[in-house]
Ligand binder design. Sequence first.
Ligand SMILES: NC(=O)c1ccc[n+]([C@@H]2O[C@H](COP(=O)([O-])OP(=O)(O)OC[C@H]3O[C@@H](n4cnc5c(N)ncnc54)[C@H](OP(=O)(O)O)[C@@H]3O)[C@@H](O)[C@H]2O)c1
Length: 289
Amino acid sequence: MRVFIAGATGVYGQAVIPRLVARGDTAVALARDPGRVPELGGPQVELVEGDLVHGPVERLTELMGGCDAAMHLATAIRPGATGPDGANTTAALRTTGTRHILDAVLAAGVPVYLQQSIVMAYVDGGDRWLDEDTPFETAADRATTTSPVVEMEAMVRALDPREVRWCILRGGSFVGPGTAQDAVLERLRAGTQRVPGDGSNWVSFIHVEDIAEATVAALDRAPAGSVFNITDAPIRNGDYLDRLAELAGVAAPARDATAPLPRSFRCSSEAARRVLAWEPSAGIWPKTR
Ligand SMILES: NC(=O)c1ccc[n+]([C@@H]2O[C@H](COP(=O)([O-])OP(=O)(O)OC[C@H]3O[C@@H](n4cnc5c(N)ncnc54)[C@H](OP(=O)(O)O)[C@@H]3O)[C@@H](O)[C@H]2O)c1
């Protein structure tokens, strides 16, 4: 297979590519500045220059020529960043970037398309299980994060599944090397990490190696027009942070009763396990002390 990958240089893309290479596939790996990462190229990895947000679509179409599949895994959330810059850039990648890549997919006649999305767009579920039919959060105060996700998914859903076999993969919060888990560990070691509220909200994580495995499974097995949560077993935030602190050999973080309890995402990945014949195996814990 020849597979176009936007986000090829990121933590997620870098977990997908070796799996494609091992199968004998060729990755057309998009980077805004390939000269920054020459080591990522190889006999089966064609490092190509392009930009999803700034286009032009003709360039993306040209790069997708002869591809059997395309995937949009690009975000712009720097590890540990929560500020507006990362959020705005990611919003542009989800809206303008998705429009551009889909226009190119259609123009180049690419028959398979995978879209990275997030379970963190769901409504606050409390202790309820959240599956793929759960509605997204629409409250105005969440709009900067959630509405680009809604818009992104709507554009993908508008594809004719007889023309493009599309699939949306709603990932949990990433863990593993190079993810936001690194920053949490640093804060735990520095003694600055707090548990908001009583820590009873649920979090659904996914190791980047596991979502990479699900992505390759979806390339082969996702039915046309499918949406899957890609998450490991959910855990309460307080339990997660306590265990992470224990593994790091530091004191458990204090509860901050004045901080509002974050939204709760107790997500089920039962559909992905059944339909994609996939299950997470890397776990959510760091390997080192
Ligand atoms: N579900 C989740 O929890 C989730 C999802 C995504 C990310 N994250 C977290 O966010 C953190 C860092 O991720 P990140 O996504 O910021 O950085 P990253 O891992 O470096 O990946 C960003 C990717 O998006 C690409 N990209 C950015 N802007 C682009 C554009 N305009 N056109 C084409 N490609 C573009 C980058 O390519 P270039 O080579 O061109 O820079 C890069 O491949 C990690 O901690 C990760 O775990 C979490």
